[in-house]
Design a protein around this ligand. Structure first.
Ligand code: LLP
Length: 420
């Protein structure tokens, strides 16, 4: 892309060729806006670095599961990484293929296993012996052999927020490194499982490549032991987790990251194996913004508040992780700027979207909350009986509604009162 997907034209923020002011007028606020070009550009960064190598990319559906987003990736030839039967249904509805889909997650239900086996997913990333037992039993009932890899916990520090770090011994995820060899032997002994690979995922919003190289080194050590035990490891899944720039972070460039990991695996003599990547945030995070309108400016004794029409139910990351999202006025105006806490209408002190932001705005103005494409809409809720936002995808000069705004009636349509 020659210019950023979200950029100012004559002082007005645009999504590709469409003004954010017109998007808000047409579709209302709060509004998630995605850029097809930005999604494509991020995908191409992964795909070009994988070209000619034994490597493939599985989009982590949890980061953004809108059908239009998944469909953009499916049309580009993506595989997918799912963590539920619901996500499998979305992948299939969006034109993705089960045979290019890996099934992750620590607590798969037997029904979800059945659906995924029937659909023919590429691999189950299994995290414990009880889960192996359950999958083996389900596969036996169906007269099938389930392809499995074990998610091994390499016990490396990804140096990220404790809530989104997953590769440490203290996390609930994965098979402990020291128990992995024996767990592989247990899997090999189960008649309806076929060991095909090894998997890890060390965390999210990782801004350095070193933790990945440490994890890869540990996995390869294990792969050699597992193969001595008579199994064949066809693929190595290095997980997702590559970070993005929200503020001043400087994560590695996607292509450099991919090449560095592939080079390391090749240099250690494992280049014949297929390498899987499972990125979420780095594909979609900066391909989306959340537009919101300022309702009131409320001066306070200690703080000024900009009360906006989006809230923690729309974007949970600040309340949940104290995550930083840049916030910009959609129209750059010649007004005195003041420092505001940007907060929503939800009845919680934790309902904030940004703290101490310098903004030149008046009531009625629009704000763009940046980097909202990943873990934004997917984590939104109906708290305070707030209908969830609409989602729009911009493609050049066209804007398409890819999810209609919820109506209040939909929110309690499944509820009933007790009989008289
Ligand atoms: N694969 C597995 C097994 C995962 O658990 C995750 C994310 C991914 C791939 C994708 O990771 P990514 O490339 O997006 O970092 N809600 C949190 C992030 C939770 C991430 C959970 N796992 C947030 O808003 O920061």
């Amino acid at each position: 892309m020659t210019r950023p997907a979200f950029d100012y034209v004559d002082g007005v923020l645009h999504a590709e060729g469409v003004s954010a002011v017109s998007l808000a007028e047409q579709f209302g606020t709060p509004l998630y806006v995605y850029s097809r070009a930005a999604l494509t550009e991020a995908w191409n960064a992964y795909a070009s670095a994988c070209a000619g190598r034994r490597a493939s990319v599985h989009v982590a559906v949890k980061a953004n599961s809108n059908l239009a987003v998944l469909n953009v990736f499916a049309r580009l030839g993506a595989g997918f990484d799912i963590v539920s039967g619901g996500e499998l249904a979305r992948v299939l509805a969006a034109g993705g293929k089960a045979e290019n889909t890996v099934f992750s997650g620590v607590g798969k239900h037997a029904n979800e296993m059945r659906e995924a086996l029937a659909a023919g997913v590429k691999c189950f990333n299994v995290e414990s012996i009880p889960e192996l037992d359950r999958l083996n039993a389900v596969a036996a009932q169906m007269g099938k052999k389930a392809p499995v890899s074990l998610r091994v916990n390499p016990d490396v520090d990804a140096k990220t927020h404790p809530y989104i770090s997953t590769g440490l011994k203290s996390n609930k995820f994965g098979v402990a490194f020291d128990e992995a060899r024996a767990t592989y032997q247990a899997a090999a002994a189960m008649a309806n499982l076929e060991v095909v690979g090894i998997d890890c995922h060390i965390g999210s919003q990782i801004t350095e490549v070193a933790p990945y190289l440490d994890a890869v080194d540990k996995l390869l050590e294990l792969v050699e032991q597992i193969e001595q035990d008579g199994m064949t490891i066809r693929h190595i899944d290095v997980g997702g987790g590559l970070g993005i720039t929200y503020d001043d972070e400087t994560p590695p460039d996607i292509s450099d990251f991919v090449r560095t990991v592939l080079d390391r695996i090749e240099a250690r003599g494992h280049g014949h194996r297929e390498v899987y990547f499972e990125p979420g945030r780095s594909l979609v995070g900066n391909a989306g913004v959340l537009l919101t309108r300022v309702e009131f400016l409320k001066p306070g004794a200690e703080k000024n508040f900009a009360i906006v029409d989006a809230a923690m139910n729309d974007l949970a990351r600040p309340a949940m992780y104290e995550a930083y999202h840049a916030i910009d006025a959609v129209v750059q105006r010649e007004l005195p700027a003041h420092v505001y806490d940007v907060v929503g209408p939800v009845c919680e002190s934790g309902d904030w979207l940004g703290r101490e932001r310098l903004l030149a705005v008046e009531p009625g103005d629009l704000l763009a909350i940046r980097s909202a494409g990943a873990y934004g809409f997917v984590m939104s809720s109906n708290y305070n009986t707030r209908p969830r936002a609409a989602e729009v995808m911009v493609d050049g000069t066209q804007a398409h509604v890819v999810r209609a705004r919820e109506e209040v009636q939909q929110l309690f349509a499944g509820e009933t009162v007790l009989p008289e």
